[in-house]
Ligand binder design. Structure first.
Ligand code: ADP
Length: 511
């Protein structure tokens, strides 16, 4: 009889497997869809940001390179003007008054100067530079003869009062190879309708094209500089994006695991709390104890009665021995009766119900649905809820209320296993009916056999192979202890419906 006198809650704790045990492994299963969606959004946003930063860096680099190329070419053109000015200022010593040594040195010092010439103005009409010479004289500055521009050369002519100087310039040598920007650029120089390609690296057309166009800042050689860079898929920061995706994935795996552990722990704690509260589930153990305790007196009663019958069969019955045998049988019967009475007392007066206080009914439903979430997912059940616009407060022991909801919802989920997964719908309705709140839990399962309806709340009534038949008994007892009632029925559209009526807290407070 040890079981009769020990703390019932502790017994529940010790009873590790009950009919309502939810497999913890399934509780730890995650919901992948929101995680995958969040990962996708962050992965895309991060990759786009990296591409944007990279493209921006390339654009800034391109602009810097272009400005450097523009400055280098401009410096050279200014240098050409300076050379001519220096030559003009020099006093000639040869027959024409030209400074022969000076202008011959120029071609040696400056690699882009193919040749430098000087001749008296009187001879100007004799060669191809005559036109440029006239223009130079007219504008009082050097002028360009760019007829050979497309071949990479031009003449820069400066006409003085008595002498004319001309520089023959190789455009490609204006900037030494090593001074050009290293980036893959297309650099063209334009003069009138002629174009000279100074550098051609990379593709001409790509996914994105960067362009730079500017005149050289020179009055005498105002060529147009055009620079292009085309960006391909390969210019995108694939390595950085790969590292970002890897880091993001690792972070998500860690976060998902942490969350799964937290949710799993809270669910396990919730279930443990409920299991502790399921005082009547110990009835299985109590029943086992009762069977054990009854076995002994019943065996003794049987033995004493059989002895009495044997005594009566004898020709001369010893009345004292017969009385003794029957007295022992009576004594054992009393003992059996005491055992039964104790069992009934334990059933009728389980541990005192907890404190009854106002509880939001919908919040309790949320809490229990969260606990049963793995069970719902595993059975592919659709949950449909309807509630009052204002949350309904009921007078209840919160733990007992959770226990009642857990029993009803789990029964409904188990009942729906008998129908196809596509038609499994769990309805939870919360409504107000005057001074009461009405909660209905309905399912689309096979329903309850009509002849079983009156037995639903009887202790040990069950149709499940491993059922105890104490869940609804417990629900009824707990609900009644909170001043409510429960009823079970079949729905017209199929499936079972359990209606729980509880006292509305606000109405009670107003009394
Ligand atoms: P158990 O779940 O251990 O059988 P319960 O007291 O919770 O004990 O339920 C008693 C019986 O009531 C169940 O065995 C089942 O036959 C019936 N029952 C309860 N809920 C439903 C339901 N939603 N649909 C059909 N039958 C149900």
């Amino acid at each position: 009889m040890r079981l009769f006198f020990c703390n019932v809650d502790k017994l529940c704790e010790a009873t590790s497997v009950t009919k309502n045990t939810v497999p913890f492994l399934s509780a730890l299963r995650s919901e992948p869809a929101p995680w995958i969606a969040a990962w996708g959004v962050l992965a895309l946003a991060g990759t786009l940001l990296l591409c944007r930063i990279e493209l921006n860096a390339i654009r800034l680099g391109f602009e810097t390179d272009s400005r450097i190329a523009h400055r280098l070419l401009t410096q050279r053109t200014v240098q050409h003007d300076a050379i001519l000015a220096t030559l003009e200022a020099s006093n000639g010593t040869d027959a024409h008054g030209c400074a022969a040594s000076a202008y011959k040195q120029v071609a040696i010092i400056y690699p882009q100067v193919l040749s430098a010439t000087c001749r008296p103005t009187s001879e100007h009409h004799l060669d191809r530079l005559a036109e440029s010479e006239d223009l130079s004289r007219l504008h009082h500055r050097a002028t360009v003869d760019s007829r050979d521009f497309a071949q990479g050369r031009y003449w820069l002519v400066l006409a003085g009062a008595t002498r004319t100087w001309a520089l023959h310039i190789d455009i490609r040598k204006m900037i030494p190879r090593g001074e050009w920007p290293a980036a893959p650029l297309h650099i063209d120089l334009h003069s009138d309708a002629q174009t000279l390609a100074l550098q051609q690296t990379g593709n001409t057309e790509g996914l994105w094209n960067l362009k730079f166009e500017k005149h050289l800042s020179s009055d005498t050689q105002p060529f147009d500089l055009r620079i292009r860079r085309s960006l391909q898929w390969g210019d995108l920061p694939w390595l950085k994006a790969g590292i970002w995706l890897l880091m993001l994935s690792v972070a998500f795996i860690i976060a998902a695991n942490v969350r799964r552990q937290v949710v799993g722990r809270s669910r396990a704690e919730g279930l443990l709390r409920l299991r502790r509260a399921e005082r009547l589930n110990t009835m299985g153990e109590l029943a086992a104890g009762v069977a054990h305790e009854l076995n002994q007196p019943l065996t003794a009663i049987l033995a004493n009665c059989q002895a009495a019958r044997r005594l009566l069969d004898q020709p001369q019955t010893d009345a004292a021995v017969l009385r003794e045998a029957l007295s022992r049988a009576v004594e054992q019967a009393r003992r059996a009766s005491t055992v039964v009475n104790r069992f009934r007392t334990a059933l009728e007066h389980p541990n005192a119900p907890g404190e009854v206080r106002p509880v939001v009914l919908a919040t309790a439903v949320d809490r229990v649905l969260h606990l049963l979430e793995p069970e719902i997912r595993q059975r592919q059940v659709t949950v449909k809820r309807s509630e009052t616009p204002q949350p309904l407060l009921v007078l209840a022991d919160p733990v007992a209320l959770d226990q009642i909801l857990h029993n009803l919802l789990l029964n409904a989920l188990q009942a729906m296993e008998a129908v196809a997964s596509t038609s499994r719908v769990l309805h939870i309705d919360i409504a107000r009916d005057g001074a009461h709140a009405v909660l209905k839990v309905a399912d689309s399962g096979p329903g309850i056999q009509p002849h079983q309806l009156p037995q639903l709340f009887d202790p040990f009534f069950t149709t499940k192979p491993a059922g105890l038949g104490l869940g609804l008994t417990l629900c009824e007892r707990l609900i009644e202890s909170m001043g409510g009632r429960i009823a079970g029925s079949n729905r017209a559209t199929g499936g079972a419906e359990f209606m729980v009526v509880l006292v509305h807290a606000a109405t009670e407070a107003a009394k």
